[in-house]
Design a protein around this ligand. Sequence first.
Ligand code: ADP
Length: 407
Amino acid sequence: MNLPAILQKMRSSWIRRVANNIAPAAGVRGNFLAQLERFYDLMTQAVETGNPACMDPILLEWSASPTQSDLRTGEKNISALLNLLVMNTFELVREDLPGQDALAVMGAVLPVFIYALDKAARCEMETRVTYISNELTGMQNKLEHLDRSKSNFISVAAHELKTPLTLIEGYTAMMNDIARSNSNHQMDVFIEGVNTGIRRLQGIVDDMIDVSMIDNDLLSLNFQPFWLNQILDQARKELVASVVSRKHTLELRRFPGSDQMLFGDPERLYQAFRNLLSNAIKYTPDSGSIIVDGRTLPGFIEVTVADTGIGIAPEDQKSIFEKFHQVGNVSLHSSGKTKFKGGGPGLGLPIARGIIEAHGGAIWVESDGHDEKRCPGSTFHVLLPIRTEPPDPKFAKLFGLETKNAK
Ligand code: ADP
């Protein structure tokens, strides 16, 4: 008997055998039988024509609907189903056909099954990759949505908090006036306590508003001439009391470019450097040293703020610039703006990054890791473009400067 005739003769017993072995439940068998008949006919056609590509449509369909193969073993895997088909075919051939015919059939169907396995594995991989990439896109959309909600929440909460805070501030000022006119010193002390709380809260609310502006690309810079040494001096003056109380030394080195007139938003830059310096004070145990230095690079000025503090683990060195990120257990933080490990809302670095990036610069940290005993220290690097004229040529005239673009 020739090969097509043998395959034709085997058809019904192959289908029965495979169906019984793979899908014994009568319920699932109806649809499965039709699929098996189609598979067998395509396999026969592939053997006859010598072109296994005619099996592609069924293999593509099976791979696109993984549950089709989930018949007995629960494996959602076409390759596993094809392996079962190969095994059943070989068993049937061995049992039912004389040696010569069995060899001929095996030799003819084996390349077809190899092709099918290869094709199915590739299709399955593609289906999985598509599935996973869809999942990832969905996840990314969810994360973006969450981030937007978080950012909206911060903005709404900050604005809502600002109104009662202004009210409290106004009434406290009035109480302060009355206490003064009555020379009530005890009341003075209480009111000063309330004022400190108000200033702290205002700082947090302002930071929340700033971070939501940065998130929504709404941070606008007021470009003016500035000198880095002036900004750093000003920050030192504001923080000197904390530096002294923590027995630190704070050295501001003069570096090339520190006395050069540059253009940028001095108030915002002051805010960024103050955040870096107050962190250096906070995260360095008493009697530490903080050094601000810098250098010029082609087109940029680099400022470094180095401390001898507890340092930052490599895995945290990127994420500390994300909002609300704090390292370690927040409940163990001490309270106070510049106390050792004084807790904050985790907005200082994201704001600093937002400000520096809005200037076209970059900020990053270097540290040999986090160790509260060894204190490896941290060095924050700020890269600022050397801008010797305001970005808008119209303003150049205002400052008596000729710009290259202005006519
Ligand atoms: P906050 O200080 O309010 O927690 P920041 O955004 O300023 O928020 O800093 C985020 C985190 O980065 C801090 O909680 C701290 O763990 C870490 N960090 C920042 N600066 C330093 C520093 N100089 N040394 C060690 N850790 C630091």
